[in-house]
Design a protein around this ligand. Sequence first.
Ligand code: PLP
Length: 219
Amino acid sequence: MTLNQVLSELRAAETAAGRPAGSVRLVAVSKGQSLEAIEEKVLLHAAELPSPVMLAENRGQELRDKVREAQTRSWPPVEWHFIGPLQRNKIKYLQQVSLIHTLEASWQVQAIAQAAEGWGRAPAALLQLHNGEEQKHGVAPEELKPLYHEAVEAGLDVRGLMVMAPYGDPDAARRVFAETARHAADLGLGELSMGMSDDFIQAVHEGATLVRIGRRLFL
Ligand SMILES: *Cc1c(COP(=O)(O)O)cnc(C)c1O
């Protein structure tokens, strides 16, 4: 699909959910895509998006390489997000990241806070909530509050929650999104990164502020 088509779907979902136009922002998931594909599918149409354009990657080295290469091109302003599992020896690649969506452990809070001192800046972060099904990643609901407080004490700017819904079951996805929104409200956090190509409509209905779209945009 083109960016325009994806954006019209997003606007339609906002309207159907009774939410103001533009209350949900598109994060273009560029993992596995070449810079040329990013230019053709996203940046060529950057006028349709708020600036800076948000691009998300899930692997440290790929992110670092793309950031470097992008700096040699005349791109409109972009900001990079990280949506992959955080690994200790790869945090060093995240220096240019604006928002980490996948904070899920105490050691990660400490490692990012420490790296941020060296960088002279700290990325903002979201805590990834476990989705209740068999899943490797995410914080258990009862661990959210302690981890949130630890992150804030470590100086991190925690803005909200991220979740990945179970695949292939829209009703289950919607329940997980609703639950995630409730936890964010409990913590007083406003940012909700939820919804991907197959379930972003449900996510918009449940209050997503960021949807992470890959395949629908690039395939
Ligand atoms: C790949 C990925 C996406 C995008 O998924 P699509 O189904 O391609 O839209 C979103 N979030 C995370 C964490 C991902 O790894």
